[in-house]
Design a protein around this ligand. Structure first.
Ligand SMILES: Cc1ncc(COP(=O)(O)O)c(C=O)c1O
Length: 415
């Protein structure tokens, strides 16, 4: 079990007062806070060995190249990748998915093919496939979401069929908290010869994730959601697929030989990393991985399961006023609780909570089709937890929500 109160001390921003009140940060699904060790790693880079990678023969460049590649090895190991050449540095999950859409998918998805995704995707794992389907005259199909907020797999054997070229699905929903059975679905997709992309933006930061065990072809994640800096993330690609992929962006760094007429490509994975990369960010993400590994990802997941169950239990008091979304089974959900009320707009709730120092997210969470069309609301309020959140913070959330409800709807008979 993690000691969240102790962990909190590693995060300078969590000592901050907001409107004179201690900050309670419950917007971790949007981005996480950063421990001192990650912040110091960035400072050390800029103060100690800032220089470009893979080019210089001088001491600073050799040091930055070594740390940059060591970080890649560490991050690759963290997600169970068989080698570091399978891990492409990208800016974030969105860029990783777009890279796949613009390279492998453009070359392999053709007229009449199907791309299967789900009704619970973030726009990042939906819009690139809409664009690709239009460009390649392919059909985009959806695994429906049940009323409980899980994937409805009753029709899966017809949804995954011989026309399916790609299954692109989220490992964990950023709205519902649902953890999807991605390993089973990957096996089904492979059985018909389809490739599988996993949007792991919400899973790599919170659960043990092993790409070899999942057997997926692509997996994308963002550093900023897992204690690391912004502007860096990872795209894992399985070796046989990676070797066949043509470059995405072209220019410096990704070439081996250039003539006036043409160019040959650099080794993997540099072939997919055109231009000067986010060197500090990559090394900073390596430091974030060190921090998470020291805690143990099983422990991280367990802590979040416990705090989510505590929150769901405590929030039951407000069950008459709020609809809560997502599975009831703790084994099927991560540390995200979304809710809405017919009487109070989530933005108003967010503003009242903010006055109490509590940061939550209100809106469609970049999943408009799910929130608006499937859940049938314009927006939800969302509290999302991480390693530094405590049960006392959940208690404060519940008390402040009660105050907010009293304020907005004086006629409600609330405890
Ligand atoms: C499930 C999911 N996918 C993709 C993204 C996009 O991540 P990024 O903005 O870091 O590219 C997010 C961010 O909230 C997310 O929650």
């Amino acid at each position: 079990m993690l000691d969240a109160a102790k962990i909190k001390q590693d995060f300078p921003i969590l000592a901050k007062l907001v409107y004179g009140k201690p900050l309670v940060y419950l917007d971790n699904a949007a981005t996480s806070q950063k421990p001192s060790s990650v912040i110091q790693t960035l400072v050390d880079y800029y103060e100690g060995y800032n220089s470009n990678v893979h080019r210089g023969v001088h001491a600073l460049s050799m040091e930055s190249t070594q740390r940059y590649e060591e970080a890649r090895e560490k991050i690759a190991r963290f997600i169970g990748s068989p080698g570091s050449e399978n891990l492409i540095y990208v800016r974030n999950t969105t860029e990783g998915i777009n890279l796949v859409a613009n390279t492998w998918a453009r070359a392999n998805v053709n007229d009449g093919d199907e791309i299967l995704t789900t009704e619970m995707e973030h726009h990042s794992n939906l819009v690139p496939w809409q664009q690709l389907a239009k460009a390649r005259n392919a059909t985009l199909r959806f695994i429906p979401v049940t009323d409980e907020g899980t994937l409805d797999l009753s029709n899966i054997d017809s949804l995954i069929n011989h026309r399916t070229k790609l299954v692109a699905m989220t490992h964990m929903s950023n709205v519902l908290g649902t953890i999807n059975p991605v390993k089973d679905l990957t096996a089904k997709a492979h059985a018909v010869g389809a490739h599988v992309l996993i949007d792991a933006a919400q899973s790599v930061p919170h659960l043990p994730v092993d790409v070899t065990h999942l057997d997926c072809d692509f997996l994308a994640f963002s550093s900023h959601k897992m204690l690391g800096p912004t502007g860096i993330g990872g795209l894992y690609v399985k070796s046989d697929t990676l070797e066949q992929m043509e470059p995405f962006l072209t220019g410096g760094e990704m070439v081996q030989e250039v003539t006036f007429e043409g160019a040959t490509w650099n080794d993997l994975p540099m072939r997919f990393e055109a231009g000067t990369p986010n060197i500090a960010g990559s090394i900073g993400l390596g430091a974030a991985v060190d921090y998470l590994e020291a805690l143990g990802m099983e422990n991280v997941h367990q802590h979040e399961t416990e705090i989510t169950q505590y929150a769901l239990q405590a929030l039951k008091e407000l069950a008459e006023e709020f609809t809560f979304y997502g599975p009831t089974d703790p084994a099927r959900r991560g540390g995200i609780v979304s809710f809405s009320s017919p009487h109070v707009h989530p933005h108003d709730l967010g503003t009242i909570l903010d006055q109490a120092g509590i940061a939550i997210r209100a809106g469609h969470h970049c999943a408009m089709p799910l929130v608006r069309d499937r859940l049938g609301v314009a927006a939800t309020a969302r509290a999302s937890f991480y390693i530094y959140n405590t049960t006392e913070e959940v208690d404060l959330l519940v008390t402040t929500l009660k105050d907010a409800l009293r304020y907005f709807s004086k006629s409600l008979s609330l405890p």
